[in-house]
Design a protein around this ligand. Structure first.
Ligand SMILES: O=C(O)c1ccc(O)c(O)c1
Ligand SMILES: [Mg+2]
Length: 606
């Protein structure tokens, strides 16, 4: 199906919006009147620009407060409309959206409304223009799509039809099944938006919290199925008023938007991109750092050993059990400091995973590699993290592990097998990636749609300097868990850093060995343990041990969770976790951990 986006959904000048929409692959746009009024380009120039960019102008909007008003007011409205239709003729826009009136003079009189819209359609027809009437959820008298349709039906004019907007319909809890009563050819336009389920004034909800389909709580797909069943053959158009998208760079937002429509079309069965290839595990986490020593010291204390070196690049493989961490000292990190730059995902079909990514607007990254290096595909997540599709030790597929030469003496640092010096770490439990503040919704949609991961509910945790939002994306058996976090505002990432959580069979023993090997654990305030003592009963000495090692504790319906943190190196820290049935991420303890990290930074400056 054709896709379109309202220019109000994107940031920037009208020119920037049009360029972003075109580059993201949209077929057309809705020109939002304020964007045109603010543009130095005249209507004819906008028309030419859209033609150059391959964009149809599918709608001009909004035209407000037209119908069901006293005669002299309506006369003024027709005069206004004539001006707008003249403008639309210059612009080459064939359909105008008329919102149901919120005007104080509007009366609750369907016959009068129908008569006014009929007169408006007569005038529009002179310009070759169609009128799409939309029920605003907060319309003064007309605020449901069923009511708007009854008026359109009563007006009975070929140039008058309905505009359906998923937000106005679903926010009011209207049943989309009633759409079946509208002939497809009388649905002149379909606007789509999702939104988080909020209990608030519907106008504010609409103007600030709309998001792209799949990022909120509405059943947009269900509504679209009802519309398509009528035979509607117009575009799927996104109309999203969202405070974050208004500020974020238009390009990535437009890609996120178009991706949401590609996934929506797949969901309703009108598009069949390559099937998702769900990752089956974490092959490695890759850190970039300008100086390997501080990272090597922490990894060594955590019980990892440097077991191999890349044959052609300055990359070391550190391993313990099935947990693998690459340490890359190439130049990239000189600017950014130590950070988590890439994740290797075990894939049953790396090539198929890359095809899915490409189809959903996540192109395979160009990669500099030596001729003998395995031809690995990687795509960039919205936060820039490179995601590699791996087939570790599966010789029939490109095997990244073959690019590394095992260390001659078996290992450097401590025993890499978790033996006498290992800390009993055996796998990567999860990775926590801090998203740029404006990529939170985009990141969840990306990981869900491109990788086929399941997005869990988001949770808000209190950081001493703002609210952190976090949302986990996981595969079915939990062998891939990525916690996507976003800070309150563009704050110093050092605290809202990336972290690698490592599963240990005994977190107390692991923490003790880490500390004995010179590692520094994040100190946790004594008050936290006093609260734990009040909330739970522990074996003798157990709480004392947790206090001594900075171990945090939580329970859910499925079991217990014990975890502790290292100090931060650059923008990365590590977490040791012991899950005994527990399925969460310790969000209950996040405010204490975040505050402790702020304190640690203040004390150590690191
Ligand atoms: O909030 C508004 O004013 C507004 C304008 C045009 C629309 O299509 C809409 O759904 C809302
Ligand atoms: Mg709308």
């Amino acid at each position: 199906m054709r896709t379109s986006i309202a220019t109000v959904s994107l940031s920037g000048s009208l020119t920037e919006k049009l360029t972003a929409a075109s580059r993201a692959g949209f077929d057309g746009v809705e020109i939002f009147e304020n964007d045109l009024l603010a543009s130095p380009l005249g209507p004819e120039e906008v028309r030419a620009r859209c033609a150059d960019l391959g964009l149809s102008i599918d709608l001009y909007q909004p035209m407000r407060d037209i119908e069901a008003v006293p005669a002299e007011e309506f006369a003024r409205n027709l005069r206004r409309a004539r001006h707008k239709f003249e403008l639309m003729r210059r612009l080459g826009a064939g359909t105008v959206l008329v919102c149901s009136s919120v005007h104080p003079l509007a009366v609750d009189d369907d016959a009068l409304a129908a008569d006014h819209l009929r007169q408006l359609a007569d005038l529009a027809e002179e310009f070759g223009i169609r009128v799409a009437y939309e029920a605003l959820a907060w319309g003064r008298h007309v605020n449901t799509y069923g009511h708007a349709w009854r008026i359109v039906e009563a007006a009975d004019h070929p140039a008058l039809g309905a505009c359906l907007d998923s937000f106005h319909i679903l926010s009011r809890g209207s049943d989309p099944k009633g759409i079946a009563d509208i002939p497809g050819e009388k649905i002149f336009f379909l606007q789509l938006a999702d939104a988080p389920l909020l209990a608030m004034d519907v106008l504010q909800w609409s103007r600030h919290y709309r998001c792209f389909p799949g990022q909120g709580g509405f059943d947009v797909a269900g509504l679209v199925r009802n519309v398509l069943d009528t035979g509607y053959d117009g575009p799927l158009s996104l109309e999203v008023f969202n405070d974050v998208f208004r500020q974020a760079e238009a390009g990535p937002t437009a890609v996120d938007a178009h991706r949401s429509l590609l996934v929506l079309q797949e969901t309703v069965g009108v598009a069949r991109p390559p099937a998702p290839v769900v990752p089956t595990g974490v092959a490695f986490a890759e850190l970039v750092t300008p100086d390997a020593e501080p990272v090597a010291a922490v990894l060594g204390a955590l019980g990892f050993a440097r077991t191999a070196r890349h044959r052609t690049k300055p990359v070391d493989l550190w391993q313990q059990g099935e947990a693998r961490i690459l340490v890359n000292t190439s130049g990239a990190a000189r600017r950014t400091g130590t950070g988590l730059a890439a994740i290797g995902l075990e894939s049953p079909d790396p090539a198929g995973a890359a095809r899915r990514a490409e189809a959903l607007l996540a192109p395979v990254l160009p990669r500099r590699r030596a001729a003998e290096d395995a031809p690995l595909d990687a795509v960039a997540a919205p936060d820039g993290t490179e995601l590699f599709f791996c087939a570790t030790d599966r010789p029939e597929l490109p095997n990244w592990r073959a690019d590394f030469a095992d260390e001659a003496d078996g290992s450097h640092g401590t025993d890499g097998t978790g033996g006498s010096h290992g800390t009993g770490v055996h796998r990567i439990d999860h990775l926590a990636l801090t998203q740029p503040w404006h990529h939170f919704d985009e990141a969840a949609l990306f990981h869900r749609s491109v990788l086929g991961l399941h997005a869990q509910e988001s949770v808000d945790v209190a950081d001493p300097y703002g609210l952190m939002r976090s949302r986990a994306v996981t595969n079915a058996d939990g062998s891939v868990r990525i916690a996507l976090g976003v800070g309150a505002a563009p704050t110093d990432d050092t605290v809202h850093a990336q972290h690698i959580a490592l599963t240990a069979s005994d977190v107390v023993a692991a923490a003790r060995r880490f500390r004995e090997a010179g590692g520094r654990l994040l100190p946790i305030p004594a008050n936290y343990y006093d609260d734990l003592a009040a909330r739970y009963e522990f074996a003798d000495g157990e709480l004392k041990t947790y206090r001594e090692l900075g171990i945090l504790y939580d329970r859910d319906a499925h079991g217990e969770f014990r975890h502790c943190y290292t100090m931060t190196v650059g923008r990365v820290f590590f977490e040791l976790v012991q899950r005994d049935g527990y399925r969460g991420y310790g969000a209950q303890n996040a405010p204490v951990r975040l505050a402790a990290q702020h304190t640690a930074r203040a004390v150590t400056g690191g």
